[in-house]
Design a binder for this molecule. Structure first.
Ligand SMILES: *Cc1c(COP(=O)(O)O)cnc(C)c1O
Length: 415
């Protein structure tokens, strides 16, 4: 039986047999090409969310699909009892391109963050130092495992699953004094996103990040930067920390790294990497040949095609266009973010989910966060002409909303 093209059955089986944690929009895609996805009805969509910053090279990128299929024909999985050439190469590539000296590979962002948390604790415990607390930011997001929902500074993610992991403290994002207040003799690390993606695309202030770095140096704390969403070219540089002029001790990656193939990574300096001794950490699937081969190709394509630069250029184009629309039509409160991770905040007349649905009807996929924010994180290969179409679509939706409002029929986009 093949239900791939039967939207009714896909939906029915989802409701009946999948745990209902997602609440999906009732649409399914059969294939994609470049920045476009095609649904079961054959309708074409511009994918402006890119699997939430995952499909860095877009869909069915010829080099990436070739790598994956070639590797699948050779060896998909090989356990960690043996050396893995693709893993050695990926570790070399990532260390060469970043602050890091050592890598550990996992399968997801949460798993990478679990590794980073363990590494920070191990760093002190192996030295016989009683430091284990990790300070994270309020409104952060670090994943869905027990440790990472604890690290996540939003109680709604951990509330039903108490008791949470001990040893976490929370401070106000972009408020250095708040972080200083949480430091004590047991503090091991500060863990931070440079752009809080999941809570509405809020970039960290440059001065705040510099202050955090100084605080870590003064107090001997490890700085863990969660670049699961911001890494791999997303913000216009290969890693977002480069734009802040700091270097972390530990960094985590996942989403964009495999271009769609699940992979996570913990990167660290030689010093921080002493937190793991032989046998301290591991993973059955982590660092497998298939995922590592895919990630090597993603890095190669990004470098060869200057996709970091492209992310910066297209970002500027989109932000300028959206700000023009803001001036012309109102409704938009703020456009923020870096590179191709952009949040568009609307005023109270627009409900984000309504905007998302209106854009989808016009053939554009975005994500809505809370009541007022639309997030876009399109493939890094997106071209200016494509970005222009997206901005036009936003303009069009606002124009139509305006008409509806003027005729006093009611707010089309407000529930
Ligand atoms: C998505 C995300 C995670 C979790 O990654 P998963 O692969 O879903 O486990 C962690 N941190 C940040 C910043 C993220 O955006």
């Amino acid at each position: 039986m093949n239900i791939e093209n039967d939207l009714y059955l896909i939906s029915d089986y989802d409701k009946k047999y999948c745990m209902q944690v997602f609440g999906p929009q009732q649409i399914a895609f059969t294939h994609g090409k470049g920045v476009y996805l095609y649904d079961t009805e054959g309708k074409k969509y511009m994918d402006m969310i890119g699997g939430i910053a995952v499909n860095s090279l877009g869909h069915s990128h010829p080099k990436l699909t070739k790598t994956i299929s070639d590797q699948a024909k050779k060896v998909i999985h090989c356990c960690n009892y043996y050396l893995i050439p693709q893993r050695s190469e990926l570790a070399y590539n990532l260390c060469r391109k970043s602050f890091a000296d050592k890598c550990f590979f996992a399968n997801s962002g949460a798993e990478a963050n679990e590794g980073a948390i363990k590494l920070a604790r191990g760093f002190f415990s192996h030295k016989g130092i009683d430091r284990y607390e990790i300070i994270t930011a309020k409104m952060s997001f670090h994943g869905r495992t027990m440790a990472t929902i604890t690290a996540t500074g939003q109680p709604k993610f951990s509330e039903p699953f108490k008791p949470v992991l001990p040893g976490f403290k929370y401070a106000e994002f972009n408020n250095i004094d708040s972080f200083k207040e949480q430091v004590n003799e047991h503090t091991a690390a500060i863990m931070l996103e440079l752009i809080q993606g999941e809570s509405g695309v809020h970039p960290a202030d440059k001065s705040f990040v510099l202050d955090i770095k100084r605080l870590c140096e003064e107090k001997g704390l490890l700085l863990i930067i969660d670049e699961v969403q911001t890494g791999i070219g997303r913000t216009g540089t290969l890693f977002c920390y480069e734009q802040y002029g700091i270097k972390p001790d530990i960094m985590t990656l996942a989403k964009g790294l495999g271009g769609g193939v699940p992979i996570g990574a913990v990167l660290a300096t030689n010093e921080a990497a002493t937190g793991f001794e032989l046998g301290d950490h591991g993973s059955t699937f982590g660092g497998n040949p298939l995922a590592c081969a895919a990630a090597n190709t993603v890095l190669e394509v990004i470098a060869d095609n200057q996709l970091c630069f492209n992310a910066g250029t297209i970002s500027e184009f989109i932000v300028n266009k959206l700000n023009q629309i803001k001036e012309k039509r109102g409704y938009i409160k703020e456009v923020r973010g870096m590179g191709l991770l952009i949040g568009i905040e609307f005023d109270e007349r627009i409900l984000a989910s309504g905007m998302r649905d209106a854009l989808r009807n016009k053939g554009f996929l975005v994500s809505s966060i809370g009541k007022s924010v639309i997030r876009i994180a399109p493939p890094l290969i997106i071209k200016e002409a494509e970005a222009a179409k997206f901005c036009q679509a936003i303009d069009q939706v606002l124009k139509e909303t305006d008409k509806v409002n003027k005729n006093k029929i009611g707010l089309e986009l407000k529930k």
